[in-house]
Design a protein around this ligand. Structure first.
Ligand code: ZN
Length: 354
């Protein structure tokens, strides 16, 4: 064996059924090899290191789900074994990865934000309370039943778990849920308005945005108000609070919705300051986007609507001519011009009357 050990070497050893517990002394690890070993150690160390070599044909990536589906009535031992399995570890890692991305993008603050992945008929893996998403680790995760009772995990589950679970109960397609407080989208939530539609294709395809009224975070009432919207919306603005998304595919897609709605809200706020009317899609173009959306299995309340009905949903249209409730500061630039125009017309009429 050579003195430098790479990730490829480790993967080959696993494929060949060799143990990773007695690597040659003094061998130098490449950074990715070191990460790989650290990850294995964090997942329960020796158990995984020892278990992997006995299954030489097991692919290094994507561990498979348990052969027997689990639920809240499964025995404590079965649930514990599942929770410690490579399959569950992989899901925990996915949640950590999304948590780190949320934190790096400043979509969470303090210990804010939480996520869950459905792993059985009425059980889910979720984030713990009081841990920054920037420092989330697989061993921080919790397993809960759909009533919010904790089944496994050292740390206490998030206090906002009920909302995630109510969404999953109400929307059987929801595999993963993600909640955080991205500033631009949360600004719309504070104003209590859904962003105007028909401006950017990605937003139209990936997000369908509804607004839920404010209730105390973590309360069953909050969860119900959000869950009631999941039939038609996959991205829900929680008034005076933040955003929650769900996906029928995976946690990364639920996370993507956060990036997409946040970028959209930011873009239209900036577009609204350019002093030019904002262009929107025509009905037929909008219809095409909704057809793509439907083919991807996403929800949207506008499926089946007539083309002419698709583009009138905005309560707030920055810089658009139908902006009637724009605040006076925002409208100041336009007012000066408008006043000049009114003055010119008035003068002209007065001249003609003389
Ligand atoms: Zn929150």
């Amino acid at each position: 064996m050579k003195n430098v050990i790479s990730l490829k070497d480790l993967e080959r050893m696993v494929r060949e059924g060799k143990s990773l517990t007695n690597l040659p002394e003094g061998a130098i690890m490449t950074p990715s090899a070191r990460d790989y070993l650290n990850d294995l150690e964090m997942s329960g160390g020796a158990r995984v290191l020892a278990a992997v070599p006995t299954a030489p044909s097991a692919p290094a990536a994507k561990p498979s789900p348990p052969s027997k589906p689990l639920d809240s009535k499964s025995s404590k031992a079965e649930l514990e074994a599942f929770f410690d399995s490579p399959y569950a570890y992989n899901l925990k890692e996915q949640i950590c990865e999304m948590g780190h991305r949320l934190w790096k993008r400043a979509y969470v603050d303090g210990n804010g934000g939480n996520m869950a992945i459905r792993v059985g008929e009425d059980i889910a893996i979720c984030t713990p309370t009081l841990v920054s998403k920037g420092s989330l680790k697989p061993e921080d995760m919790c397993l809960v039943d759909f009533e919010g009772n904790q089944l496994c995990g050292m740390k206490k589950r998030t206090s906002e778990i009920l909302m995630h679970l109510q969404m999953m109960k109400r929307q059987p397609k929801a595999i993963a849920t993600c909640h955080c407080h991205p500033p631009y989208a949360t600004a719309f939530a504070v104003a209590g308005i859904a962003p105007p539609t028909c401006m950017l294709p990605e937003y139209e395809v990936f997000c369908a945005v509804g607004v839920a009224p404010y209730r105390t975070p973590g309360s069953p009432e909050m969860g119900k108000l959000v869950a009631d919207l999941t039939d038609q919306y996959n991205t829900i603005l929680m008034s005076n609070h933040g955003v929650v998304t769900w996906s029928h595919n995976n946690i990364e897609e639920a996370y993507w919705r956060m990036e997409i709605i946040e970028a959209y809200c930011r873009t239209i706020v900036v577009a609204g300051q350019l002093g030019k009317p904002i262009n929107t899609f025509t009905g037929p173009r909008m219809k095409e986007l909704l057809n793509i959306k439907q083919s991807l299995g996403f929800v949207d309340p506008r499926f089946g609507m007539k083309e002419c009905e698709l583009c009138d949903s905005g309560e707030w249209r920055p810089g658009a001519t139908c902006q009637v409730q724009g605040n006076s500061e925002n409208a100041a630039g336009f007012d000066a011009e408008a006043e000049q125009a009114v003055q010119a017309i008035t003068d002209q009429i007065l001249r003609q009357m003389k």
